[in-house]
Write a new protein. Sequence first.
Length: 388
Amino acid sequence: MKKLLQFGAGNIGRSFTGQLFSAAGYEVVFADVDERLINALNEKRCYTVSVRDNECRNIEVKNVRAIKSTDTASVMKEMADADICATAVGPFILPKLFEVIAQGLIARNGRPIDIILCENLRDAASIVRNGLTKILPTGSNVEKMVGLVETSIGKMVPIIPESVRKNDPLTVFAESYNTLILDGKAFLNGIPDVKGLSPKNNMKAWVDRKSFIHNLGHAALAYLSFAKKPQLVYTWEAAVDPELRAATRSVMLQAGNWLVKTYPTEFDNSHIEKHTDELLDRFANKTLGDTLHRVGRDLTRKLSPEDRVVGALKACFTSNLPYNLILNVLVQGLRFCPPDLDGNNFAPDMALIARVKAEGAEAVLKEISKIDGVLLSEAVQTYNTRSI
């Protein structure tokens, strides 16, 4: 039986890559730090993906087990004979894996392996490659040791209710969308025969599409909803509201102008409009139970220089394309603070909003978004006038 070593047993690792590779006949070995998850996976050797869509159903994912990702010896042993690896840990945790991955590569004695990077991170392959190069022995040819496969993660996985998590820590909710877009040119060992993989030749275009349409759309829906109708709780409530849907759609299409101009062989206006409308329909999935709090929280990351909002804003600005609607999303993000379903606010976001009130929007935008000049002055003016 072939084996996938999956770093990260969280929502994406379990509901997406773990599910796809298990269905294709792979044994899935998760490497994580959560001992409760590790113990549960090793005890049950299976878990449930609860598909929340027009037709709800449960998928049982079998042939799974887990190890601790900080146990270097165990990771080296599993990686030595793995057929493929994947990560789904988040951009801040990813660098912490470089050391153990490097040791795993050494344990393979020159046999190359591919690592699918499910991180929603632009230039993920370069970041990982540079990190490994600094750790591996001098003279190591990283390009021949590992294929670093970037992805565009379009699957939506909401926060699991605590009542469900307490009853079964392994169950994960997810929508029925199950297509993993990835870099077809990055594999060293060939593209795996796994249903759901969608290889692309120009991966950068598809990563940018995810960031500047899907991720930006989520941020726009959340921030504009809180500004206009703060009583709304669920993503679907905002997505079916005609005013909010239209406003969010306009933001997404404004960013889409840059995608069409930059990648004319990949996208045209018809493609962008169709993709935008399909996403808005998926955002309106009531059974998924996703919240505006979840899709909008973590402002320091989501308003950072290369992320969904500011990344799209700067791209349009430097290409002499309209950007006013995206700029407004950035500004409204500085006020975004809805509570979660338990009535709790996300503490880092509350701290950021407090800083904006104490120091002013200009100081905070300079620091977290790294914008200046015309963009900064226009953002500050919009914030001060409370325009939405």
